[in-house]
Every structure is written in C-alpha cells, then in structure tokens.
Design a protein around this ligand. Sequence first.
Ligand code: MG
Length: 250
Amino acid sequence: MVIIKTASEIEAMKAAGRLSAKVLRKTGELVRPGISTLELDRFAENLIRMEGGIPAFLGYNGFRGSICASLNEQIVHGIPSAEVILKEGDIISIDTGATVAGWVGDNAATFAVGQISEEKQRLLEVTERSMWAGIDAALVDGHLGDIGHAVQSVAEAAGFGVVRDYVGHGIGHKMHEDPSVPNFGHRGRGMRLKAGMVIAIEPMINAGSYEAIGPGADGWLVCTRDGRPSAHFERTVAITMDGPLVLTAE
Ligand code: MG
C-alpha cells in the first residue's frame, strides 16, 4: 500500500533528507586512496548522531554499517570493513540514510578514487544523468513506468546495462515502502503517480551486462555477473503539484 504524505509531512521529511545529503557529501569528500570503507562508515555514523539523527541502515535486517560501500564490480550493499582499502582507479558507491524525527532520508552517489579510467568516468556521468532523467519524469498524473523508461533510455543509449534485480522504493517512516520503483519500464504503464508520493529513485547501472549475482556469502553483497564496473546514484524525491521535489538536498 502506497502511503501518501501531506504537504506538512513532506516538509518534515526535509530534515532527514538534508542530513542524509550532508552525510553523503561529507563522506564523499573523504574518498581517497588509502582510506578504508570502515573509516568512511565511522565518519558517517558520527556525523549522523552528532546532528541528532539515527543511522537508518545500521541494524536494518542486521546490516552492520551506517553506509553501504560498494566498489567497482560491486553493485550495492557492500558492508564497510577495515580490510577494504580504497586505491587509485577505484570507484566507490556510497549509500547512506538518516532518520530524523521519525522520517527517513536515503541517498547515494558513486565517487572516483583518484584518477579513474575513461570507461568508469563515463559510467559515473551516465548513471547520474539517468537518475536526473528519472527524477524529471516523477510527475503528478504520470506513471511509474515513465520513471523507469527515462532512466533506462539514458543508460541503454550509452550502451550500459540496467540492473533489474534491485530497484528504487517508496520511503517515509520506513526506509522501504511501496511502491517498488524499477529503473526500466514503458512510458504510460504502471501505477499512476500522485501528489504526496515520496520515492527513492536509484539507478544501478552496469558498464556491461545488466545481470547481477548475489547476495554473496556475507548475506548482502551484490556484484555484476560479468565482473565489469557498476555505478549507483540515488535521491529521495517527493512528487508534488509543483513537480518533483528532491528531499535529500542541503
Ligand atoms: Mg534506497
């Protein structure tokens, strides 16, 4: 069941969105060769708590981090670890969320570690652009398929694969609410979009095939089947009469 938010509830969700965005930006600023994903996680957790939030991921179905840190061929849900040290040429997707006053914000971005290959650079640019195309399609009286179609068109025009097994989601008091928000689809199909829907739009785009494998032995990690790199960008977005409103913004 889709939970429609009132204008004042959407207003209240901005605090969680603002903090989630700040944590993502500041954690991303620490990305450099030699830092571990556990150090990034500790920084993010401290910042969330210092600002009066609760890490939304920590303890979620037993997850052991405040961020997901997914490198290179890892698509999503990498568990932060002292053993995973970033090195020049890596890309790292950082996904983080904060709960503030009972509302959840959720966002992600993929960062370059030093100099990266041209292919990885293009993957980052196209994935972010596909996310914004999806956001622009989140319009009252549109359809869920409009969002997926917009994302898919950008990604596939660049020759990249759109992950099917993992999708965006409704968000509110809970991190994952209805509906599921696929990054693929057909214009004019799927659920009708209404004012007051709040969704996380989060393309996961692979340089090669769309196919994913996982979760792995740790119960979480999802990777590309062909071992080629994957990128991930995400914003929490309210659908309003005035158009899409990005809540995970500072
Ligand atoms: Mg999400």
